[in-house]
Design a protein around this ligand. Sequence first.
Ligand SMILES: [Zn+2]
Ligand SMILES: [Zn+2]
Length: 291
Amino acid sequence: MTSLFSSPGRWLKGNLHTHTTNSDGHLTPAEIGRVYRDAGYDFLAITDHGRFTDPGPVQDAGLVAIPGMECHAGTNAAGELHHVVALGISEAVRVEPEHGLQGLIDAIREANGHAVLAHPYWHGCTSADLLEADGWFALEVYNQVCQAFIARGESSETWDQVLGAGRQVWGLAVDDCHHAGPDIFGGWVWVKTDEPTAPGIMQSLLSGRFYASSGPKILSVERDGDRVRVRCSPAQTIALIGKGSSGHACHAPVGELIEEAELDWGRARDYVRLVVRDERGRGAWCNPEFV
Ligand SMILES: [Zn+2]
Ligand SMILES: [Zn+2]
């Protein structure tokens, strides 16, 4: 976490979950590419339901395109289909009727892709569901369309349960944009890389060299022994979270905001992740470091 902010490299902003008219989205691939480019994004993954959309129009719009697809199979604890986003695929994922969650993840890997467990809180996917499966590298800690329409966008608790079980997986924030209305520009990742290409961005994603945000910006994280100094955009809360009841939070006085905090790393057990919360409750989530 500390090395992410002190090491060299460029910060690139991207959205890794988007739908187009090729599934149930309202804009064409070319239109969605231009909309994100005009908003200052550097990369975009189109992830249509059950269909591999050609990323060419996104590249033509001037963005780095991460080839992707959202796949569905099996049944979760709430009796709903699993939703898994495949990133970095070289071909369409072949989903078979008999696939459960593990079969689907294996099919994504066969398509040279990397699996993200989408919006767990939104569709009632529990940490027990997630822990049954191997071979996935991230979950969506924040999903804007789920927040916009039923206020179930954040899956922090599920993430903490999975981390607490010893799984080293990362947290993405995404739009899952369908309508380009309240479901756009609400969740993104800042990736650190020297190589602004799809393989370069995928490499940073897989190694956790990014942080997720729905609003706040993290400027620096400096660690000296057990003391961690965090600087960020104006925030209500800056906190370190660890396994179980462990962690350390710093809050702004009522009616004020803070732009830095000194936290005690030693109070987090087994793993440490940083979260910044602004005055509207929007978050910035760093990936965990295991201790
Ligand atoms: Zn979904
Ligand atoms: Zn989706």
